[in-house]
Write a protein that binds this ligand. Sequence first.
Ligand code: UT7
Length: 328
Amino acid sequence: MTAQQRIYSRIAGTGSALPKRVVTNDELAQRVDTSDEWITARTGIRQRYVAGEGETTVSLARDAAIQAMDAAGVGPGDIDMIVLGTTTPNLIFPSSACLLQAELGIVGCPAFDVNAACSGFIYAMTVADKFIRTGDAKTVLVVGSETLTRMIDWSDRGTCVLFGDGAGAAVLRADADTGILSTHLHADGSKKELLWNPVGVSEGFKPEEENAGVRVLMTGNDVFKHAVKALDSVVEETLEANGLDRHDIDWLIPHQANLRIIEATAKRLDMPMDRVVVTVDQHGNTSSGSVPLALDFAVRSGKVQRGQLLLLEAFGGGFTWGSVLLRY
Ligand code: UT7
């Protein structure tokens, strides 16, 4: 290999996992003052999956990872790094990536979590890509997995109708020909209170309160505006960095928070909705699980074909946002 030859991170296989229990909009309308009409019209969400007993961020990650490894034709001995995007780890430590490593019978390779809220998978893929491109890793397991419903306030109609649980995974392998073309990450910590969970270990923890005060808080319409603007700008940035025209993208695989946000990005790309992968109707917002769930759905349903150009993007708490452009 000459010094000029580039190494790409190619998606060798994908997988996903969802909890067993489906919760419909009508079911939520029995708990809070909402309706199927409102939720569908404002968000596009029709149902979501909610983790039950024994279903955790790590168990969903494991099921998704096993599928992705099978699809890639790799075994535990081939994986030389695990990067897991999550904001709902099983434990504070060890990281969920370490717990996942043990579940998969993988020994010795580095394993760590990335907390970038809903952008977790985009951040995790970016980190994995850097390791592969520098030659430090050859086969990386990248996962986005969440059980966000565990910290939802089920009496807050502004948030409880939006979120669901789930996981997606991809095996990235070093490849001489094609794969990830560019990644673009951003954050703005000054807007933290528009979308956050105000409880951690070093701050906000109130052991005397039930659930220690853990809950997701969001100023939805402000987040909406920031999301549309940030995603517009990162999409432009990605096209420009690669000298591409917006019509060159074959598939948009967006974060699945709200159909109206997805449609706004598609409009920006002048992309018909049949070139956009939409799973928000089925899954709700699964945070860092959402992009890899949509990716796996697109692959398994035969929508996405080898050689096509995919644009993955996400926006979430932090704020964080970013994109990955890849030739599948
Ligand atoms: O993944 C991380 C990023 N997260 C997001 O991107 C989420 C971004 N935000 C959104 O998706 C939307 O802002 C929401 C779906 C959360 C809300 O939709 P909206 O069109 O922005 O509604 P709104 O917050 O401006 O509220 C409009 C009305 C309010 O009532 P009033 O004040 O007009 O009487 C809300 O109280 O809708 C009310 N409302 C509801 N009504 C029925 C809020 N939630 C509900 C509900 N059912 N579940």
